[in-house]
Design a protein around this ligand. Structure first.
Ligand SMILES: NC(=O)c1ccc[n+]([C@@H]2O[C@H](COP(=O)([O-])OP(=O)(O)OC[C@H]3O[C@@H](n4cnc5c(N)ncnc54)[C@H](O)[C@@H]3O)[C@@H](O)[C@H]2O)c1
Length: 272
């Protein structure tokens, strides 16, 4: 079987470098180009003596010259959308991990990929443990009336709460079919101390240097609690999920949203 050919968009960024390493480690994938707005050289040296690939700030020309099967994007939301339009029109499948895409963006990616007969995977969290936690939280949500979420990230994270925490709360409410019970505190002595509220789920955001990304969902009932917690210790945690997405996206047409939808996780829609 010939390896799946990959171009990385945002190749000079933190995630882009991890993806480059992961693609080069996998014998069934081949990195054939790199794009980044900060490119100042024409070649990117690959790890493990894998040679060099063309590096450019011009995505369109790299796709035209290299004809990859998959474009992996870890950039910023505006750049992802420009890349999605260019890639789909050139018949290139898309794996997008960039945060901050709107519902309109997702609809456009679905339309673009359907009309150009390519696959697109967009996942705000490629960590396998986060996808499994989401699945378990959906199950637990059917049995508990009360739940709160604590998410912990490094102090440079721009947004709060995390997209993953919002998506987890929404999935739990959808699975339960109604909002959770939220015990109102009669006297909130410090504004915001009960967190942000989404359909009865209080979400608390911790921001500290030294953290990578963690999330804990705590369910409560009479005489018991159930805690589900996922911790990441390095960006490598995202790579198995990205690699699964690259291998799956070439078999599909249209948008698949979320890593859980690519895995055999009951209740998440489709599975591999
Ligand atoms: N889905 C996930 O599991 C997951 C995990 C971690 C981070 N992320 C997201 O991935 C994105 C990238 O994160 P990062 O930590 O690598 O950021 P980063 O800033 O280290 O890297 C982003 C790269 O994109 C490049 N870039 C920006 N605009 C561009 C453009 N118009 N054209 C080409 N390249 C452009 C930058 O030069 C930079 O090299 C963020 O949105 C982050 O939230 C997602």
């Amino acid at each position: 079987m010939r390896p799946i050919t990959v171009v990385v968009h945002g190749a000079l960024g933190k995630m882009g470098r991890e993806v480059t390493n992961a693609v080069c480690r996998d014998p069934n994938l081949e990195m054939i180009g790199a794009v980044d707005i900060q490119a100042t050289q024409e070649q990117l040296t690959l790890p493990n003596a894998s040679g060099q690939v063309p590096l450019s700030s011009d995505l369109s020309s790299v796709l035209q010259n290299r004809h990859p099967q998959v474009l992996v994007d870890f950039t910023i939301a505006e750049a992802s959308m420009v890349a999605a339009r260019i890639a789909a029109q050139q018949g290139v499948n898309l794996v997008i991990g960039t945060s901050g895409l709107s519902d309109d963006d997702l609809s456009e990616i679905d339309r673009l990929s359907q009309s150009n007969k390519v696959g697109a995977v967009v996942a705000p969290n490629f960590a396998l443990g986060a996808a499994v936690l989401l699945h378990l939280a959906r199950t637990a949500a059917r049995f508990f009336d009360n739940a709160e979420i604590i998410e912990l990230h490094d102090d440079e994270k721009a947004d709060a709460p995390s997209g993953t925490a919002l998506a987890t709360a929404r999935a739990m409410v959808q699975s339960r079919g109604k909002p959770f019970v939220y015990p109102r505190t009669r006297m909130e002595k410090l504004s915001g101390s009960r967190g942000g509220l989404i359909d009865g789920v209080a979400v608390h955001s911790v921001r500290l240097p030294g953290l990578v990304a963690s999330q804990e969902v705590i369910f409560g009932a009479l005489g018991q609690t159930l805690s589900l917690r996922h911790d990441t210790t390095s960006r490598e945690c995202y790579m198995p999920g990205v690699i699964v997405a690259v291998k799956e996206v070439v078999k599909r047409q249209g948008l698949v949203y979320g890593l859980d939808a690519l895995l055999n996780l009951e209740g998440s829609g489709e599975g591999v």
